[in-house]
Structures are given as structure tokens and as C-alpha cells.
Design a protein around this ligand. Structure first.
Ligand SMILES: [Zn+2]
Length: 352
């Protein structure tokens, strides 16, 4: 009798294990050199091999939850001087505990390591390319293209959802907002919309003009979206200093999305009545000079309102900048240095 009981219990355990495996066959999850068993956190790097120029290592952490669930990838630092977003992902590395997670969280705090190390805004100083414009990348291109290719193959192709963090770069005085990408796939768009609302930022840009071709996806979030994975981009932080509030909204936002995706037990109330922005007006410099702003970030400007003045290097007025429509100053140039073609301001026109 005793023996029979033991056998029965053993077969019951085998049965439970088989059920869990059927739901999620990933007992371990590997990204680059980081392999995390169930319930573990692993630290490593994603290797960008050398090619026409040098290779480098992209730091990565895999938080493999104790229970099965979706794979969420969170990135920052495509622009390596957008510091608040980088620090937010660094904080998540420490904060998120695998024992409390269902599914897997992949954290990449600094995509553009050369930019971070050398404090170069906007581009990867190795090849002078914007690291959020060359997806899905190529194994034969320059460093930015090879890094984009490795990220696409190793992470984007294997995740269910992706969040890409940005913020005001060294020259951008930015107010926080998210982007919601409309792909035209209704079910996917509803899921990504729910993720953006769960994230919690109350200004949301509707972007409907992103490329639809997965082989020419350009942006990281769009690489996931064109591959059928509900995803979004969020921006907070500005022009160098790391503010506690900017970091906190990004950190909390990821934890709120994890609750929404049932990766944790957190119950999340989506943001109510956000400001939807459906048109972006980018004002670019027509000539070199010194920029003198007349508005701060988040100013609500009327059509024709003065945004700033451009002078020459001896303070003689060259050009006054006016708003071409009523809108919200999403970011305004944070520094006096101005070269032809630089962005002076980005105005968001609120959806009517
Ligand atoms: Zn950026």
C-alpha cells in the first residue's frame, strides 16, 4: 500500500511538470553570453562582431521569471547621452526579482556604448549613424548596422513585446511622452494601445507613418511592431541631468506594463484621458547661429507665437522662429549652439 502511494505521487509530479513545460518550453533563456535558468537573473553581453570597423559588447541582463509567461524586452541608450532612460533600465536590473515574475524580462540599458562613453549625442561616433534608424540591420554593414542586426536576431525576433526608451538628448529640453504606433492590424494595435495606457505617461503621440516593411523597419520599436509584436516607445529626461522624477516614471511604467501583461501580480489602472497628439511639427534651423529660446518645454503655444530667436555669433538678429500651428512644445533646443539643419523645437498638435 505504501509503495503504491509513493508511485502515485511520483506520477502526479511528472504530470504537473509536463503541463508547465507544455505552456512554456523555455526552462532557460539565453541572450548573448547571458543564460538565466527559471527563477534566475543573468548578466552578460551581446557581442557585435568586428567587420568593416571594430566590434563591441552591448551589456544585457536576462531576468527569467520563476513562472512561464511572455518575453518583454526593454531597451535604452540607442542615443547614449539620453541619461534618464539609461539610468531607469539600470535601476530595473536591480529592482526586478525573478521570483516575482511570470515570463522573461530582457534588459538592455546602453545600446550605443560608444556614444555613452564619449558623450556624443544623436549618433554612434564609430560610424556617425543614428542607432535608431538602421533596423533590422545587416551583418555586413558598419558597426551601427551590425549592432542592429544582432539585436533584431537575438532579441526582437524572440520577444513578445518591446519597449524602447529615449529622452531629451544633450541638446533637447523635452517633456515626457509615449509613442503609440498604428500598424493597421487592429488586434495588435489594441494591445499596444493598452500597453501605452498601462505605462502611464499622459501625453501620447500617435504615429501612423512608420514603415510597414519588416525588412526596412528603421526604428527599433517598429522592428518589433512590423514583426507582429505589440510594442511602444517612451521618452523622459532631458539635456544631461538625471532627474529622479524622470527615472521614476520610466521605472514605474515598465512595472505597470508587466502588471498589465500578467508578468507580475500588480493590478494596474490605465492612464485616464491622456492628451493624444496626431501631428508633429519639427522646426529645423535654416542657418548656423546662436539660439535664444522664448518658450520652455511643455509650453502650450498659439499659432504665430514666438518660439525663439537666432542671432549670429555677435548677437545680431538673423531669424525669429514662430509656431506654424497651435500646439504643445514637446521639446525645445536646450543649448545656444545651432548648426543649419539642427532641430530647434518639436511641436505636438493635439488630436481634435
Ligand atoms: Zn533617443
Amino acid at each position: 500500500m505504501l509503495e503504491t502511494k509513493t508511485v502515485l505521487r511520483a506520477s502526479f509530479l511528472v504530470c504537473l511538470a509536463a503541463t508547465a513545460l507544455a505552456q512554456d518550453s523555455r526552462t532557460a533563456f539565453t541572450v548573448g553570453t547571458a543564460t538565466a535558468q527559471r527563477g534566475q537573473k543573468a548578466y552578460g553581453v551581446l557581442k557585435v562582431p568586428a567587420g568593416v570597423d571594430a566590434g563591441y559588447d552591448i551589456p544585457v541582463v536576462v531576468v527569467n521569471g520563476a513562472n512561464p509567461g511572455p518575453v518583454l524586452a526593454v531597451f535604452a541608450g540607442a542615443h547614449g547621452s539620453e541619461y534618464a532612460s539609461i539610468v531607469a533600465v539600470e535601476n530595473l536590473i536591480t529592482l526586478v526579482r525573478p521570483a516575482e515574475v511570470s515570463g522573461t524580462l530582457v534588459l538592455v540599458p546602453i545600446v550605443n556604448v560608444p556614444s555613452f562613453e564619449r558623450m556624443v549625442p544623436h549618433v554612434n561616433p564609430t560610424d556617425n549613424k543614428n542607432m535608431n534608424r538602421f533596423y533590422p540591420g545587416s551583418p555586413n554593414g558598419t558597426q551601427t548596422e551590425r549592432a542592429s542586426y544582432v539585436i533584431t536576431k537575438e532579441i526582437v525576433d524572440r520577444c513578445d513585446h518591446l519597449i524602447d526608451f529615449h529622452g531629451g538628448d544633450l541638446d533637447e529640453n523635452l517633456r515626457p511622452y509615449s509613442y503609440w504606433t498604428v500598424t493597421g492590424n487592429q488586434k495588435q494595435d489594441e494591445e499596444s494601445r493598452a500597453m501605452v495606457l498601462a505605462f502611464g505617461l499622459d501625453h501620447i503621440i500617435i504615429s501612423a507613418d512608420r514603415p510597414k516593411d519588416p525588412n526596412a523597419s528603421r526604428f527599433l520599436e517598429n522592428t518589433a511592431s512590423t514583426r507582429g509584436k505589440p510594442s511602444f516607445t517612451a521618452e523622459a529626461g532631458r539635456s544631461g541631468p538625471v532627474s529622479t522624477n524622470d527615472v521614476a516614471v520610466l521605472v514605474d511604467g515598465v512595472q505597470r506594463v508587466m502588471g498589465h501583461l500578467k508578468m507580475t501580480r500588480r493590478v494596474v489602472q490605465p492612464v485616464r484621458n491622456p492628451v493624444w497628439i496626431d501631428t508633429l511639427i519639427t522646426i529645423a534651423a535654416e542657418q548656423d547661429g546662436v539660439f535664444h529660446p522664448a518658450v520652455d518645454r511643455d509650453a502650450h503655444v498659439t499659432k504665430g507665437q514666438k518660439i525663439g530667436l537666432v542671432t549670429d555669433y555677435l548677437n545680431r538678429p538673423l531669424h525669429e522662429i514662430f509656431a506654424s500651428d497651435a500646439g504643445i512644445v514637446l521639446f525645445v533646443r536646450a543649448v545656444p549652439s545651432l548648426k543649419k539643419g539642427d532641430t530647434i523645437a518639436s511641436l505636438g498638435v493635439v488630436k481634435k
